[in-house]
Design a binder for this molecule. Sequence first.
Ligand code: PMP
Length: 410
Amino acid sequence: VTALDASAIKADFPILAEQVNGHPLAYLDSAATSQKPLAVLDAERDFLTHANAAVHRGAHTLAAEATELFEDARATVAGFVGAQPEQLVWTSGATMGLNLVAYSIGNARLVRPGDEIVTTAIEHHANLIPWQELAARTGAVLRHIPAHDDGTLDMDAAASLITERTRVVAFTHVSNVLGIVNPVAELIALAQGVGAITVMDACQSAPHLPLDLPALGVDLAVFSGHKMLGPYGVGGLYGRTPVLEALPPFLTGGSMITTVTLDRAEYLPPPQRFEAGTQPVGPAIGLAAAVRYLDAVGLDRIHAHEGMLAQRMHAGLAEIPGIRLLGDAAGVERVGLWAFDVDGVHAHDAGQYLDALGIAVRVGHHCAAPLHSRYGVTASVRASTALYNTTDDVDRLIEAVAGIRPYFGV
Ligand code: PMP
């Protein structure tokens, strides 16, 4: 693949021209939320300026136009992950998608007392707590695939944890702390071998590498608009058609029914069955513009670019005394993020030091507290990239991190 021109891409993102604390912004917090190109801002504004109306019901011209734009957006976003439009359910984000799935699986009584739900020890809380709650509601047992010290999943343990008792296997494609691309095809094969439903958190992979969810064979997968150059308040839930058809609704109300009497209701087929109430129409149209932007650059090129940035970051950070990179496995496929501990300096102090130099990183446990406990820390500093980051952003980070411990006198 040909290299992408990150400086040219950066120019499409107005916020990346900001000065922060007297320095040009080096935005290295895209794993928390990405910045948005002008094309996304324009798409939402154009919709609201020229075509805004309630979708799926109005008898007027604008309503028809809005419905067409909304359903085109569904087809575009579905196509981005290799899926058909009816396999894509709009959500408000990945957290909502995972809760929808956990509640629907529970409502379908697909998990019973003594059954097992398998997740991993490296999940974001959004792909952990809904399963804890489902286990508590159903009397099921929650099990966790452990990780090795180097951040890779223990696949031998996975093979013995996934058994005939397993009903659901939920895992992240890429951890938002470790950046390692997990062997999800192997996990899916293990789950399929015992007839378990697979649920994948694709938040940290969808904006960074090519995804073909039907080809992967996963049953259900979620992703988040605001992490993939799109607006807040919108996300996607992909489902294999027979799996979506077997699941009952989670939320109920308007827009998801065929007939209603005072005593009962019949539900629409997927995806509308899962889309109760007014949908995030403008954000969905913005998200379609975002995935068109990603596709135009090319996910292969983005993945290669961010892989190069990850390597450069690793080479620089690993040289600095007192820096411990979390999940430092060699020879694995990665996205462009590293979380690290600075010996003797609290992550929050390190973050403030970097911010003073115009470098935006995230500090804390990144909603993965159990994973941090495993590494014996309560917080880390995380630098994460997207297609718009340049080698200069990374070099500024490395130089600045080298100054942290001397500054704090450790
Ligand atoms: N899973 C992962 C791996 C994430 O990084 C995040 C966002 N931090 C989420 C889930 C939650 O996504 P959302 O913000 O769309 O609810």
